[in-house]
Design a protein around this ligand. Structure first.
Ligand code: HEC
Ligand code: HEC
Ligand code: HEC
Length: 426
């Protein structure tokens, strides 16, 4: 098609306007560097509050590399768009945030912009942290600035084109970032409002528990409807009943603070560090979270999506039964000594075994529950090297048939293969 001459100026004008809008959106000023503040310039009460903020926000979980110094960054985060590294947020002036003023830090937490003006990637959950109060942001800043500076250079990211071009995040932000704290709802209790602030803000629970769209944004209108993270299923928090026993607020508090609920199972995979952090914060905070989460509950639909499942494979279940007796019954058998240690959940009420997909049951066998020291006795070895794909599939079929009254899962073998390869991480 030939473009009529008359249109050419219009097209050029449109292109210029669009480029202008793009540059306007992308352009962020640098905030002047400061001399690293003296640790003694921060009030110790504020620093103490900061420690609580850091735990509620899981800052150490992401900003500490395996075996690395706390908050010195360098942890690799795998995303569908490539690998991204968390940065050093200790007060080192060269490799950390030592020259950041409180203004620069606040802008990063609320809008995902670094001190020098570059866009930060949303793997840093600023779309949730933006709901934090000013007080909490100042407390986190005080806490970080009072720590020992650590010299640690962040490894370069390895992202696919064009996402390795940071300014594009500005467009993403137009779609997904709504800045600033929520206004408290007067009709709700102070506890509910605090719970909302913690769950949807600092606690960024939606980052894992909400389904993502193709460009890695949380799907609109589906907050807390369940997501997939690192190959694990983060179950919906709007329908908290993934086993035969419904949750109560008290059980939820216990689960979030201890990583174990006698009627639902243990926190594992990416949820385990969340509970380890929540173990250190005041009980009130976690009770507020539970109050808010219970207000989100929707009726569960009868359709679990498994109605069309294949008929149970009896041979597979039998093979699984033999494997279970050998590899698992010492800990999970009804009469096993370990099972009798106070309050250990039975597999018969496990959320993983009652889930719509076999994902978390398989992940549990592949990864186990890491040893957390003498104080926490719920340890399970990882079976990824001891058991083959077919054995894992047989065990999953056996567990589902024995410990739930639900129809068998379909495509268990396929799920095992995908999870082992890490393909299903998305
Ligand atoms: C889910 C993982 C995750 C969590 C949780 C997290 N961060 Fe980060 N954060 C990141 C990543 C990844 C980056 C780097 C983003 C980039 O380079 O674009 C980052 C960047 C930052 C930056 C910018 C630093 C710089 O040098 O550019 C600050 C400040 C920061 N985080 C503070 C915090 C604080 C405070 C908390 C806790 C309240 C926290 N983060 C929790 C992943 C996380
Ligand atoms: C050393 C003891 C031990 C062994 C052996 C063991 N487990 Fe576990 N398993 C645990 C612990 C501890 C948990 C966390 C929940 C709890 O306390 O029961 C757990 C949790 C689970 C869960 C998830 C329950 C939930 O929802 O939290 C599944 C599924 C599971 N194990 C399957 C197996 C299978 C299959 C085997 C054998 C291949 C096995 N386990 C071997 C100790 C063990
Ligand atoms: C880093 C990802 C991640 C974050 C952040 C996260 N979760 Fe989870 N959560 C998971 C995964 C994965 C599971 C399933 C594995 C398991 O049960 O251990 C889970 C399980 C749960 C369960 C158990 C549900 C059931 O029926 O067994 C609850 C409750 C829960 N999360 C609440 C929360 C709350 C509240 C927050 C915010 C404070 C939160 N989660 C933040 C990943 C996450």
């Amino acid at each position: 098609m030939k473009l009529h001459r008359r249109w050419i100026p219009m097209v050029i004008l449109a292109a210029v306007v669009m480029a202008g809008v793009a540059i306007y959106l992308m352009w962020e000023r640098a905030i002047a560097p400061i001399q690293p503040p003296m640790p003694s310039s921060f009030d110790s009460q504020l620093t103490l509050r900061g420690a609580r903020v850091m735990a509620l926000g899981d800052c150490a979980v992401c900003h500490t590399a395996r075996g690395g110094k706390p908050f010195a960054g360098g942890l690799a985060l795998a995303t569908p768009f490539g690998t991204l590294y968390s940065t050093n947020i200790t007060p080192d002036p060269e490799t950390g945030i030592g020259t950041w003023s409180l203004d620069a830090f606040t802008r990063a937490m609320r809008r995902g912009i670094a001190r020098d003006g570059h866009q930060l990637y949303p793997a840093f959950p600023y779309i949730h942290f933006t709901r934090m109060s000013d007080g909490d942001i100042a407390a986190a800043y005080a806490y970080l600035m009072r720590r020992e500076p650590v010299v640690a250079k962040t490894p370069p990211n390895d992202l696919i084109f064009p996402l390795n071009f940071r300014p594009l995040v500005a467009f993403w932000n137009v779609l997904f970032l709504r800045t600033g704290p929520d206004t408290p709802e007067g009709s709700r209790s102070a506890q509910w409002n605090r719970g909302r602030e913690l769950v949807s803000g600092l606690g960024h629970c939606a980052a894992c528990h909400t389904p993502l769209n193709l460009i890695g944004g949380e799907k609109w209108g589906q907050a807390f409807e369940g997501g997939v993270i690192d190959g694990w299923e983060a179950p919906p928090l709007t329908r908290l009943a993934h086993g035969p026993v419904p949750w109560t607020p008290a059980q939820l508090v216990t689960y979030l603070r201890t990583g174990i609920s006698s009627a639902h199972g243990a926190a594992a995979g990416p949820m385990l560090p969340v509970t380890q952090e929540l173990a250190t914060v005041p009980r009130d905070d976690v009770e507020a979270m539970a109050t808010y989460l219970f207000s989100l509950q929707k009726p569960t639909s009868a359709d679990t999506g498994t109605a069309r499942a294949a008929a149970a494979d009896q041979l597979s279940i039998q093979r699984g039964s033999v494997l279970f007796a050998g590899a698992c019954a010492a800990c999970h058998g009804d009469m096993s000594p370990m099972q009798s240690i106070g309050g250990r959940p039975s597999l018969a009420t496990s959320s993983a075994i009652h889930a719509a997909t076999p994902r978390n049951t398989i992940q549990m066998m592949l990864e186990g529950v890491p040893w957390q020291g003498e104080r926490r006795l719920h340890y399970m070895p990882a079976f990824d090297e001891a058991l083959g794909d077919a054995q894992l599939a047989d065990l999953a079929a056996y567990l589902r048939a024995t410990y739930s009254r639900l129809p068998p899962w379909d495509s268990v073998s396929q799920a095992v293969t995908e999870l082992r390869k890490g393909d299903a991480a998305k």
